[in-house]
Design a protein. Sequence first.
Length: 417
Amino acid sequence: MIKTVAHVIHRRGRRVDDPGIDIPVADDLVSQPGSRSKNVDVSFYSRVEPLTTPDLEKAADMDWAWTIFPDDLAEYRRAHDERSKPHLRAAETSGDIEPTGIPDPGVDMTEVIRNKARELGFGEVGFTMYDNRYTYAHRKGWPKFQNAICLALEQDYQQTQTIPSLEGEYAHFGTYEIEAEIAIELAEHIRSLGYRAQMHLDSAEAGAFIPMFVNAGLGQLGANGQLLSPHFGSRSRLAMLTTDAPVTYDQPVDFGISNFCQECQVCVNRCPGRALIRDKVWYRGVQKNKVIYERCRPVMANYDGCGICMKVCPIQKYGMKPVMEHYVETGGILGKGTDNLEGYTLRDKGYQGPDKLPHFNTQFFDIPNCRPEELLFNQFKEKVQAATMPPVEEMREFATEVKKALERGKRQSHMKD
Ligand code: SF4
Ligand code: SF4
């Protein structure tokens, strides 16, 4: 052993019947439980510049991405969207549904909910206060209850190792579909015990989940911008219930991830879009490695949702316990520099081993980066600049397209409201 162990984190097993695990944290990895943040700054940004989501603010990018999806992916995504509609509708009104049972003050709701969630298949379950500062601007007022139940569902291991691929997208979106079904079941169970439950599902979420998952002690934020949890790293899909059931909050944990990522850097080095940055920055009151959206989105759109930063993460691949034990014993990063961890294949670029990265020209990164109506206006402006007078037909066409884009935006925002 070349490192001194500063503390050991004990966690429940991956599945209900699995034994618990002990994760050693080396002394040079110790930082702080959860994330390093400045409360005053988090509150300031949420007040003067509430969070927005690229789903709305950059909706033109999604429209554009659909135009370059391969046929098989587009067909799968359309089918997924159809299958998800009933879940999203159920989530929107879930907070208004009355309880079906009578509360029993003698019941420990924290353990009842945790056990039921684990029995349904959630690999990580934690409790914290719902932090309204992370609610999106267009969702303010929607979350009804103060207690948040954070839920992570593991996605298929083998499919994830094929990323970027259609298989990987089956794992990604398929897990969300299963998660929605079991979240509905968990919400019904809570109502049967006399309390209310509101569902925050993917595409119907009220805000950013990860800060609350970190506060609930389910993991820490990785350099890839994802929640790294003990058993499956970021290979999971997140959902949340908020409830008025009385629960005891969990506490944030120092798994050593914050400093470990600074040593590891595999996702930063392997990102084909060079969208991840080595050094942490302060952003909206939290210290983190920021993902550069404009460099990530084109890669995601062109390569089956990309996700290489998830696939090459040793904590996703091997689990936090073996990775941290290896670090304590050797001072090294398990799998770093090997094809097994770092290799991946891009459709038109071939195999990329640990010492190889693909190259893209600047046009590759040229994406709309705005709302659809802004894109139309910019295109129209270019046409006007190119001609002495805007042709009447083009003005009519412009007006029709803007109307359509605004209607579409209204529908999307309504789904999210
Ligand atoms: S999804 Fe791909 S492009 Fe985006 S940050 Fe991850 S590895 Fe980079
Ligand atoms: S690949 Fe390494 S640096 Fe990136 S999130 Fe995983 S542990 Fe952190």
